[in-house]
Ligand binder design. Structure first.
Ligand SMILES: [Zn+2]
Length: 186
């Protein structure tokens, strides 16, 4: 029978790992959360070594995501996509900044070509990145896909500010740990 709906979930530990009341005021605090989620996902064996989070202009958390591709048999269930979708579901806004609020998105590693594409339509104003795409490809088996040579400029020309290399070493440590089998069950 054809399926007429899909259902994606974050791991049950997500509620323990996130303080929904806290304000994440600066770039480091925001990326730190994304990296902490990526590490927890590795430790729990609940997906790949990636985490992401969406914040409003005051630093309040709107949504989080971790990689759920293998557990949910879903190639689009990357951390960034999960974070966008949970934030959109919570705010009931397809474009997160359509209300005029400034939206900041933090990810433990540079978005792959799919998540990069999704970033244009998600309605964010700032993109904060931990590890670089080259780190992901050097340290793990993951392919980032065909990103435009000027991927950053394409975002900035559409009003999305990009800041990279935030806690890059810490983000790379999680990738390394995942690649060495630390915590992952598959
Ligand atoms: Zn992706």
């Amino acid at each position: 029978m054809l399926y007429a709906q899909i259902h994606l979930t974050l791991p049950p530990w997500i509620h323990d790992a996130v303080d929904g009341e806290r304000l994440y005021v600066d770039d480091i605090a925001k990326v730190e959360l994304a990296i902490a989620l990526s590490a927890r996902n590795v430790d729990a064996g609940s997906g790949g070594p990636f985490g992401a989070a969406v914040f409003d202009g005051h630093g309040r958390l709107l949504g989080v995501g971790v990689n759920r591709v293998v557990p949910q048999t879903c190639s689009v269930a990357h951390a960034e996509m999960m974070a966008y979708m949970t934030a959109q579901a919570r705010t009931q806004r397809a474009r997160l900044n359509e209300s005029g609020d400034r939206i900041v998105f933090a990810t433990s590693a540079q978005p792959c070509c799919m998540c990069y594409g999704a970033t244009f339509w998600a309605g964010i104003d700032e993109l904060l990145i931990g590890a670089r795409a080259e780190d992901v490809m050097a340290l793990t088996e993951f392919d980032e896909g065909p990103l435009p040579a000027d991927w950053r400029g394409e975002l900035e020309r559409r009003g999305i500010a990009v800041r990279q290399d935030i806690l890059r070493d810490a983000a790379c440590d999680v990738l390394r740990r995942y690649a060495s089998g630390g915590g992952a069950n598959y």
